[in-house]
Design a protein around this ligand. Structure first.
Ligand SMILES: Cc1ncc(C[n+]2csc(CCOP(=O)(O)OP(=O)(O)O)c2C)c(N)n1
Ligand SMILES: [Mg+2]
Length: 553
């Protein structure tokens, strides 16, 4: 049998899986493997921090279908873990590669630098935040472990972890063989029965509706969803995490649904449905408006990548794509196809309701800023919203194309957006990120603007500068919600690249937007001064729901 090395085998499989870039920070335990990456067709994108690499790889995975970070033992691996936990929670397929002490070194000494407790502590931690975590400690086993682990990542859309002891990189192993493409499988009898039962329930309904979630995006089912929506004629809403899985200008689109947090029209369409078809949605607290959504299980068909649930019983072994295709081929209404099922009140998100006219001397508010910026969005933009009012206001934007909205809307870890802009635009330079980030979140990961500058990317970054943690102020205020005010727009000066300005009024916003859209060669940072207590209606509705009961005085 001819041979390669463990390092080369791993690189070959990553390339075959569709990776063109790998994010990370090197260290002595992974330097030799970095040489293999440099020699490959993939480009290494060195970031300032490992957490930045993790968020970038997560966004890259959302755009590309697979992302990758490569870091060093423990100090790097554990630095990236919060981003990987988020990728697990929100289903972003990221491969974490991590160097570690050589197998032969471990015999010499049990105490080596970067170690926490024992050699396997990092591996054990990763088993909790990934779908598979392996260490390539045996060259004979390495090819099988690599193939299984990457296949698991692609199949489940969840992160995996591969640890590479540094002396294994050059250890010989078997050559890669041809991989059979993974095809989704369904139990044919279960699929037929589930489709028939669901279709019968939908045919009997007078007010059916569809709620689409993020798995539609992760499993590449957007076309199938549009086909089903048009075949059925039913109104369709998206969850917050799934925002933009269908174009928000589609005539049957009702808006983003999140229980009492959503605009009344969307709520009426979904909660008033006598048969609700939920597709690929995570039933999380945020997606369900802090559990305010009134969705009756006895009127619900809930299909995701794990199972199909109809009323109170379940079908297993049904692929979500097969289920949607099955419904597309089945009659879904008894009478004529419903023509205009979306009520007027819900057919447009509020940001698009009235045309915006700038009042030049007026102080900027978050509502007006989003209304204005909404008009600017083009097909070639990807909107990336960080946690905070950026995300709540972001749900009110109208996303014109599918998959154009990235936000950590379930795991909700601050600091996602700027590194995510790096990941998304490295994958597709024509996709211009429009980033909304709070001042608090900006202070967490703004270093990655440096990586953005280094690679000549040109996102427009709007910093919602409300001088602190306004989301928390709305929930429960105290001095801990104030932060130090930075000159956010001065960052381009520090980096020696890009353009920035600050905005206090609606008139200044007009000038800033003109300059930022004209600047197509480098990053733009716009410091939007907002009153500390000014916030969106969506955040207001959410804050009232999340508020813990205060002790009576
Ligand atoms: C990593 C992380 N730490 C803490 C929190 C808790 N948290 C949720 S929102 C928020 C404030 C966000 O402030 P900012 O980024 O300025 O956005 P704003 O709410 O002011 O719009 C905090 C601290 C979090 N979600 N993520
Ligand atoms: Mg803030």
């Amino acid at each position: 049998m001819s041979h390669t090395t463990v390092g080369k085998y791993l690189v070959a499989r990553l390339e075959q899986a569709g990776l063109k870039h790998v994010f990370g920070v090197p260290g002595d335990y992974v330097l030799r493997f970095y040489d293999e990456l440099i020699a490959s067709n993939m480009q290494v994108i060195g970031t300032c921090t490992e957490i930045g690499a993790g968020y970038a790889a997560d966004a890259y995975a959302r755009v590309n279908g697979l992302g990758c970070v490569c870091v060093t033992y423990c100090v790097g691996g554990l630095n990236v873990i919060n981003a990987i936990a988020g990728a697990y929670a929100e289903k972003a397929p990221v491969v974490v590669l991590c160097g570690s002490p050589g197998v032969s070194e471990r015999k010499r000494s049990s105490l080596v630098h970067h170690q926490v407790r024992d050699f396997h502590t990092q591996l054990e931690i990763y088993t909790k935040v990934t779908e598979a975590a392996v260490a390539l400690e045996d060259a004979a086993e390495a090819p099988r472990l690599i193939d299984q682990t990457i296949a698991t990542c692609l199949r489940t859309k969840r992160p995996v972890f591969i640890e590479i002891p540094r002396d294994m990189v050059d250890t010989p192993c078997a050559m890669p063989h041809a991989l059979a493409p993974a095809t989704p499988h369904s139990d044919a009898a279960a699929l037929k029965e589930a489709v028939n039962e669901a279709a019968e329930m939908l045919r009997k309904a007078k007010r059916p509706a569809i709620l689409a979630g993020v798995e539609i995006h992760r499993f590449g089912l957007q076309q199938s969803l549009v086909k089903l929506v048009e075949h059925s004629g039913f109104p369709v809403a998206a969850t917050v995490l799934g925002k933009s899985v269908i174009s928000e200008v589609h005539p049957q689109y009702a808006g983003v649904f999140s229980g009492a947090i959503s605009p009344p029209g969307v709520r009426q369409t979904l909660e008033g449905a006598d048969a609700l078809l939920v597709l690929g949605a995570f039933m999380t607290d945020l997606n369900l408006g802090m559990w305010t959504a009134k969705l009756d299980e006895s009127r619900t068909i809930n299909a995701d990548s794990q199972r199909v649930m109809i009323r109170h019983h379940q079908y297993q072994h049904i692929d979500l794509g097969h289920f949607i295709e099955g419904l597309c081929k089945t009659k879904l209404h008894n009478g004529p196809r419903p023509r205009k099922s979306v009520s007027k009140a819900s057919s447009k998100p509020p940001a698009a309701a009235k045309p915006y006219r700038a009042r030049p001397a007026k102080a900027l508010t978050v509502k007006r800023a989003f209304q204005r910026i909404n008009e600017l969005l083009e097909e070639s933009n990807v909107v990336i919203c960080d946690v905070g009012d950026s995300m709540f206001s972001g749900t009110e934007l109208v996303i014109r194309r599918r998959t154009e909205f990235l936000s950590p809307a379930y795991y909700a870890s601050m600091g996602y957006a700027i590194p995510a802009a790096l990941g998304a635009q490295i994958r597709d330079r024509k996709l211009r990120p429009i980033v909304f980030v709070g001042d608090g979140a900006f202070q967490m990961t703004c270093q990655e603007l440096s990586t953005i500058a280094r690679h000549g990317l040109h996102p427009i970054v709007f910093v919602l500068n409300n001088k602190g943690y306004t989301t928390e102020r709305v929930i429960h205020d105290g001095p801990y919600n104030d932060i130090h005010n930075w000159g956010y727009h001065l960052w381009p000066g520090v980096l020696g690249a890009g353009w920035g300005c600050e905005v206090f009024t609606e008139g200044e916003l007009e000038i800033a937007l003109q300059q930022a859209t004209d600047n197509r060669s480098s990053l733009s940072v716009i410091n939007l001064h907002i009153d500390p207590m000014d916030h969106s209606q969506t955040l207001d509705r959410m804050g009232k729901r999340i508020l813990p009961a205060r002790p009576r005085k």
